[in-house]
Design a binder for this molecule. Sequence first.
Ligand code: NI
Length: 250
Amino acid sequence: MFVDTHCHLYQEYYDSIDEVIGRAQENHIKTFFVAGCDRKSNEEVMDLCEQYDSIYGCVGIHPENVESYVPQDIEFLNECVCNPKVIAIGEIGLDYHYTKENKEEQNILFERQLMLAEEYGLPVVIHSREATQDTIDILRKYPDVKGVIHSFSGSLEVAKIYIQMGYKLGINGVVTFKNSHLKELLPKVLDSIILETDSPYLTPHPYRGTRNEPKYVLDIAKFIAEYCDISLEELAQITEKNIKEIFKKC
Ligand code: NI
């Protein structure tokens, strides 16, 4: 019924991936897109894809790892993308939250991976924090590449720009937070959203303080359906259509 389109199901966070998946399936979450961030996690994504029919992979170098990656890590992405279960490049993007000093290096790393996506006809999963304008400017240079703005939390104006560029908005537990205004724009962009958890981070209300899991996609979905006054089935149809439009390999 639902897909967790963005989670980090790494061994370091979970004692039993089997149990995490079992609990999610009980909640009608049938498929999981696991995103890598660096060489180690990308390798883990490849292993998970092999072990679980329900897991598909996204591989990429996260902007927070711009200082530590080596050229071989990009070459490894080239190997990964040939695997039929690798459905996207991600998560990639720009993050100026901690520092802007490596902005040039971040832009170069981001563009290299966008070129890879373009070459292989794959969608991208974008992480953008405090870097909206640069993200938009760079994505505009690759008009054939489409994807998802993961963990979207911007304004309606920014949402509309991304949608117009062919991107979907990844909505997660942040939408349930009491102090978040994100929900207010949902009715206006509902046709362009997909659901995710970003597990183990960003646990939805009222479970904050515990570790996030893909099973909470159902709680996020219920929250959105209720707020937008549509049925869960309608929301499932919208998100499924959007997932198929972007992730052509799954
Ligand atoms: Ni993530």
